[in-house]
Ligand binder design. Structure first.
Ligand code: ADP
Ligand code: MG
Length: 238
């Protein structure tokens, strides 16, 4: 459950070769961070994995099976959007339950799953509130809750904390790491923030202009950056 392998994955938008060709192995249970400057292709790569964009070439294996042409809902992956993607008119309970309702799950089962997600995320006392009655951090937890109930093979996060203030960001970073420790589910986390990458990742993928510059643990990248780009980005001069 939860391994993702990219084989020569490419993406072209019109004339622009945004991702020339990427090979990448993500192991089950890993916390993988895609890091790189704005415009380097992080979101595009995540959207290709999620199935929100079609690849121009190459193959995506999910749990060893070819998922390249599967619809997003058939991939067993959950994209966690920024907290402002919540439905403002729905309660926390309804926001979290939404994907299960869409999948026509029986109500009793939905209630059970929502209660469990709320427990893990410390939202039990907030289930009847509307998003506007929550703090930024609580809203982000609701967005994560909406992903958890589907018990995905992997969670995909695209800069989920970028609209939170600095203090809250540090807090949520710890909460997401803690969630990974609890669930032990594969997580792919996109950020342009080196500190987030270094503190959260088992494995960092450094991207530059749609290419993988280096893959390694935070310590490996820090101690042995392969080139000046990685050294500059991770912050250790070579
Ligand atoms: P990042 O998330 O690292 O900031 P993106 O993946 O959003 O980068 O974008 C990578 C490049 O692809 C950028 O140059 C962007 O303008 C381009 N791009 C992304 N999506 C599209 C699209 N739908 N159509 C055309 N160009 C796109
Ligand atoms: Mg992006």
């Amino acid at each position: 459950m939860g391994s993702i392998v990219l084989k020569k994955v490419s993406k072209v938008f019109g004339e622009a070769k945004v991702i020339p060709s990427i090979d990448l192995d993500i192991n089950d249970g890993e916390f993988v961070v895609f890091v790189g400057p704005s415009g380097c292709g992080k979101s595009t790569l995540l959207r290709l994995i999620a199935g929100l964009e079609d690849v121009s070439g190459g193959q995506i294996l999910i749990d060893g099976k070819d998922g390249t042409n599967l619809a997003p809902a058939e991939r067993g992956l959950a994209m966690v959007f920024q907290s402002y993607a919540l439905y403002p008119h729905m309660s926390v309970r309804k926001n979290i339950a939404f994907p299960l309702k869409m999948a026509n799950m029986p109500q009793a089962e939905i209630d059970k799953k929502v209660a469990e997600a709320a427990r893990v995320l410390n939202l039990t006392d907030y289930l009847e509130r509307k998003p506007r009655q929550l703090s930024g951090g609580q809203r982000q937890r609701v967005a994560i809750g909406r992903a958890i109930v589907r018990q995905p093979a992997a969670f995909l996060f695209d800069e989920p904390l970028s609209n939170l203030d600095a203090a809250l960001r540090v807090n949520m970073r710890l909460e997401i790491s803690e969630l990974h420790n609890q669930l032990k589910t594969t997580m792919i986390y996109v950020t342009h923030d080196q500190v987030e990458a270094m503190t959260m990742a088992d494995k960092i993928v450094v991207l530059n202009r749609g290419n993988v510059e280096q893959v390694g643990s935070p310590l490996e990248l820090y101690r042995n950056p392969q080139n000046l780009f990685v050294a500059g980005f991770i912050g250790s001069p070579k």
